[in-house]
Design a protein around this ligand. Structure first.
Ligand SMILES: N[C@@H](CCC(=O)N[C@@H](CS)C(=O)NCC(=O)O)C(=O)O
Length: 210
């Protein structure tokens, strides 16, 4: 499988999943600002809304949207990172939706977006406590989002990793902070983050000198 990614973006979740399972994948760097793809592909043709992640399956099919990509990948690699069916599968989708819509898009995107007006950022910051409190309640009773590690934890880890960059103090939610610390200690997460931090720093240096 081939994953188009941008360093430290939400595409980090799929990298964590591949590493967690010890599975092979090809990672293709996308410079989202310049809309350039390292392998020469036309970014807009890969995703008409110019976003990562983009997955190309082994059969050459293109798949968009993190929640769909994470489930597709989990179903095809070892590791049991997605329950097969039934209520547990629905619970996985519940958490993927929560992370994707309530945290990623509703709160963190406006906080991260340098073009967002102060009022937009204030609106997003105002939404965060109730969502984080719900997460805190859950993670004070459970080590993972489901009963065991799943792709939803990889997505949540990628999102929580943005907190420090937007002045969100995870210390206000001790169970969430403890969960994030434990996730950072997983070899898959440590490896994925170390690689993407290095790529992110190189990207920032290139942008600064452009
Ligand atoms: N709904 C999409 C959102 C993906 C998304 O927000 N990607 C961001 C990075 S985390 C992106 O590519 N941003 C670049 C841009 O919008 O220019 C998904 O779940 O895959």
């Amino acid at each position: 499988m081939k994953l188009y990614f941008s360093p430290l973006a939400c595409s980090l979740a799929a990298r964590i999943v591949f590493y967690e399972a010890g599975a092979d994948a090809e990672f293709v760097y996308v410079e989202t600002k310049a809309k350039q793809v390292a392998d020469g592909s036309e970014f807009h043709a890969l995703n008409p809304i110019d976003q990562v992640p983009i997955l190309i399956t082994d059969e050459g099919e293109r798949l968009l949207e993190n929640a769909a990509i994470l489930q597709y990948v989990a179903d095809r690699i070892p590791g049991g990172l997605a329950p097969a069916s039934g209520l547990e599968r629905a619970r996985l989708q519940q958490w993927l939706s929560f992370v994707g819509t309530e945290l990623h898009k509703a709160c963190f995107v406006p906080l991260l977006d340098e073009k967002a007006e102060p009022a937009v950022k204030a609106y997003a910051r105002d939404k965060l406590p109730a969502r984080m409190a719900a997460l805190e309640h859950h993670l004070s009773q459970s080590a993972f989002l489901l009963e065991q590690l799943s792709v939803a934890d990889a997505y949540l880890t990628a999102v929580l990793n943005w907190a420090a960059h937007v002045d969100v103090d995870l210390g206000k939610w001790p169970a969430v902070k403890g969960y994030f610390r434990r996730m950072l200690q997983r070899p898959s997460v440590a490896r994925a983050l170390a690689e993407e931090v290095a790529l992110y720093q190189a990207q920032q240096a290139r942008r600064a000198s452009a």
